[in-house]
Design a protein around this ligand. Structure first.
Ligand code: BMA
Length: 861
């Protein structure tokens, strides 16, 4: 039987680490110091534990660590080995970050220059009984990149990234991004092992599934199981291969065996892809995206038997689902829609970035929380963005279980890339490994060549700099589609994001393919999302600070206001502070203090996301919206909906509502009419599997609370349908857009439409009455009665937690950003405060027009 001796650090194995060549700026304490190292891990976390680094997330600790990525490092371990009867043994590393030289007992095994590649070396002849020494030496990625840049010549690189990340096959955002710190790491960052593999091992298991019958209820499925075999040194020897049998056992979700087949590996010639076993599943239980059905997972056990002896087993779960991209020409252009099991899935997604700067630090609990936040935030898809790393299996397992679709970029982002022979070979090998590893996950529904590379080439002036030199097109149009077509032929491939059908097409063409909407955040007000009428949006976003608690942790000193350099250090977006100010200026009066500023910037992010998503979801021709971005990797003023500490920003609540299966929304009747001056429509969007019948009450109101007109509208919305009615008559006859607004209510859902920005709306000075009651050991209900119109009333649980002396994460609230009409009462359910803490609670609510109301009856500005 294949045996694995883990080389991950633990009670039985110690790795050590030392600096071979300290770069200028290194602390004296690092010289000649031998330290314990974590495998799998990252050097920064070891140095932090040793007290050689300060926390890069606090203050400007990040700036003090430049020396780490410029030094040379060596990892070593002594491993006890007992010979196992002469079985061939490999030394296997699942990932080395990045310029690594690997030696065993002083003998060179090989080198790696690609963080995203797994390696294995046959060490049968080098291992000795007893202690064996493994060393991995890492050169500086900066120096390697500089040498490569010298070799292939400069390539265009976009702002604001000054480092030569496109020259190295290493996580691009390691070098800093417009939401993340610059912390180029080194390390043995994925698991390692000694693998007694004998004459053969299972190198990959790829189910390629086809269906017989209708797509949504097929009569049967045929799983062509491709079992990649690695015959190592025995390859070519028919004597070994002739005795090999592959057996596959497939069990349904209840555990019953549905297929059990064996295949003699063809002996002549033996190859690494010798076994394909067809498994037939009658009446398969289909795997569906969240909201459209269940996520049944079948268990698959693949074994390798040599001369009657079991030598290797692979276990995994697979799902029965069919996926395609529907690109049908129509009067507007060509659709771009995901279809799963024949059913169009209107995508409501979030872009995913590495959840911490050092990926191994993401615990199982943290990952679970983040995936749950995505689903609770209305998502049915995550896009793993190409500037990070290939998703780990625990992430994909979590997506399989939750019905979260995964769009996975290959690892190219915002840059031109060299097409030299060596890099092409590396990229091909990376892609082969990643596609093979991930192909059994039903959640992986799309491979995409890269992020914004074709757009950059088309629109960012690269062509002038490149003067005809290669820039990466070969990857997107040749290398990567060939790999996906060969190894995961039933998974769709998109050459890039954005993309409009060809290298010679404007990738931002709205009539076809996915676009990225960035002009809005970068240049204009968020009302201009309503100028767009695309087929699919794979990125759009608006920045805001993280929650107060997270920002205060990262910026312990000074006011939390623009102008504080420590705060601005955590804003990496190009023109970020200016854009935030521009955003506030378009809607609100200037903030007076830091609390106002945080509230207004966060509410503006939430409003931007709600406006953009509701507008795009209301357009029948738009088949998906993916928000930039779900998560953060450090305390950042960023586009994230959830901050690095896992705390929900107001935008998350707005997106949860805007992404609900059933959306009721008021929208302008005309594209480009940002404020609905030419008429407003009532739109119901039903992404769910059942029809939606609703009676909507639409009122035209005065800001002083008077009802000016009312209409009752009955809507019937089919599953996967949209229903729209233009408002007519008295309810639509707006007199003064500064004092009037519309409200639509049905089924507990509310949509509100104002015709002017807040600061032009003649709303009365806000007044509210509040009370709090304890309803359980740790639950309180904060109730708010509006005396005047209150918009976006919010209770911030992190502030309540800090006031009660509790960790910010320990208190949560169910809702945020409520618009309450005069005379109405609404409630927030707050979890995590003891009755004593509730008794001492000073209820702080914030709303627009700006007011901070406190629970002792006073209203404060
Ligand atoms: C796009 C993304 C990221 C970036 C984001 C915000 O360019 O693909 O590269 O972080 O917008 O600018």
């Amino acid at each position: 039987m294949n045996q694995h001796l883990s080389l991950d650090s633990g009670p039985n194995l110690t790795w050590t680490l030392r600096c071979l060549e300290p770069a200028p700026g290194s602390p004296a304490a690092v010289v000649d110091r031998v330290m314990p190292a974590t495998v799998p891990g990252h050097i920064h976390t070891d140095l932090l534990r040793e007290g050689l680094l300060v926390d890069p997330c606090v203050g400007d600790g990040e700036s003090a660590q430049d020396w780490v990525g410029r030094s040379r490092w060596q990892y070593s371990c002594d491993v006890e080995y007992r010979p196992n009867g002469g079985e061939a043994t490999d030394l296997a590393f699942d990932g080395l970050d990045t310029f690594a030289t690997v030696e065993l007992n002083g003998r060179l095994l090989g080198r790696s220059d690609d963080q995203h590649l797994a390696h294995r070396w046959d060490v049968s002849d080098l291992l000795v009984p007893g202690v064996n020494r493994i060393t991995v030496t890492f050169d500086s990625a900066f120096e390697a990149a500089a040498a490569l840049e010298e070799e292939v010549g400069p390539l265009p690189r976009p702002d604001p990234y000054r480092d030569p990340y496109p020259f190295v096959r290493k996580m691009a955002c390691n070098f800093g991004w417009d939401w993340g710190p610059r912390l180029p790491s080194v390390g043995i960052w994925r698991p390692a092992r000694l693998h007694a593999r004998g004459s053969a091992r299972i190198a990959g298991v790829r189910p390629v599934t086809s269906f017989v019958g209708t797509a949504h209820a097929p009569a049967s499925a045929v799983v062509d199981l491709h079992v990649d075999l690695d015959l190592g040194a025995a390859s070519g020897s028919s004597a070994v291969a002739s005795g090999l049998v592959v057996r596959a056992v497939l069990r349904d979700p209840a555990g019953g065996v549905v297929a059990d087949r064996e295949l003699q590996v063809p002996a002549d010639p033996p190859s690494v892809d010798a076994a394909v076993i067809a498994l037939t599943v009658a009446s398969p239980e289909l795997w569906w995206p969240v909201g459209l059905g269940g996520q049944p997972l079948y268990s698959l056990e693949t074994s390798l038997i040599e001369a009657g002896r079991l030598i290797a087993t692979d276990r995994r779960r697979i799902g029965m689902r069919h996926v395609e991209v529907d690109e049908t020409p129509d009067e507007r252009g060509v659709s771009w829609a995901l279809r799963v099991n024949g059913r169009r899935v209107r995508v409501r997604g979030y872009n995913w970035i590495p959840d911490l700067p050092f990926p191994n630090d993401v615990s199982a609990e943290r990952l679970t929380e983040r995936l749950d936040q995505a689903v609770a935030g209305g998502a049915n898809l995550l896009r793993v963005w190409g500037g990070g790393h290939f998703a780990f299996d625990d992430f994909l397992d979590g997506c399989d279980e939750r019905g979260l679709l995964v769009w996975h970029d290959f690892l190219f982002a915002c840059a031109a890339y060299s097409e030299d022979e060596h890099t092409v070979a590396s990229v091909r090998a990376e892609a082969e490994q990643a596609v093979t590893r991930m192909s059994s996950h039903p959640s992986v529904v799309l491979w995409c060549g890269g992020n914004e590379c074709v757009w950059g080439w088309q629109d960012w002036g690269w062509q002038d700099t490149l003067q005809g030199r290669p820039w990466g097109a070969k990857y997107y149009t040749e290398v990567l589609p060939e790999v996906v077509g060969r190894l995961a032929p039933t998974t769709p491939y998109l050459p890039n994001s954005p993309w409009s059908g060809g290298l010679d097409h404007d990738p931002e063409d709205q009539t076809t393919g996915p676009v990225h909407i960035w002009d809005v955040w970068n240049k204009v007000d968020w009302t201009h999302y309503r100028d767009w009428d695309p087929r699919f949006v794979s990125e759009m976003g608006w920045c805001a600070p993280p929650t107060f608690a997270t920002l205060r942790r990262a910026v312990p000193e000074g006011e939390l206001l623009p102008g504080n350099p420590r705060l601005e250090h955590h804003m990496r977006a190009f023109n970020g502070m200016e854009n935030l100010a521009r955003g506030i200026d378009a809607h609100f009066d200037a903030p007076v203090d830091g609390d106002d500023w945080i509230y207004l910037t966060q509410v503006n992010q939430a409003r931007a996301m709600r406006a953009g998503v509701e507008w795009l979801r209301s357009r029948e021709g738009c088949d998906g919206v993916i928000i930039w971005q779900l998560n953060d990797c450090w305390p950042a003023l960023s586009w994230a909906a959830v901050d690095v500490d896992g705390l929900l920003k107001p935008a998350w609540y707005a997106l949860r509502d805007a992404f609900a299966d059933r959306l009721l929304t008021l929208q302008p009747a005309t594209v480009g009419d940002e404020w609905g001056r030419q008429g407003v429509e009532l739109v119901a969007v039903n992404d769910g599997p059942r029809p939606w019948l609703l009676d909507v009450v639409v009122r035209r109101m005065s800001v002083d609370g008077r009802e000016l007109a009312r209409a009752e509208v009955a809507l019937e919305t089919a599953p996967d349908g949209t229903c729209r009615v233009r408002l007519e008559g008295a309810v639509a006859a707006v007199g003064d857009p500064r004092t009037e607004f519309l409200v639509a209510d049905a089924d507990g859902l509310r949509s509100v439409w104002f015709f002017r920005p807040d600061r032009e709306v003649a709303a009365p000075r806000p007044t509210m009455e509040t009370s709090v009651s304890v309803v359980g050991d740790s639950t309180a209900v904060v109730s708010v009665s509006a005396v005047t119109l209150l918009r976006d009333v919010s209770f911030f649980p992190d502030r309540a937690a800090l006031a009660a002396g509790l960790p910010a994460r320990s208190v949560s609230v169910d809702r945020m950003l409520l618009t309450v009409l005069p005379g109405e009462t609404t409630e927030f359910r707050v979890e995590g405060l003891s009755p004593e803490a509730v008794a001492a609670l000073r209820i702080e609510l914030t709303c627009s027009p700006l007011l901070r109301a406190v629970g002792d009856g006073r209203n404060e500005r």
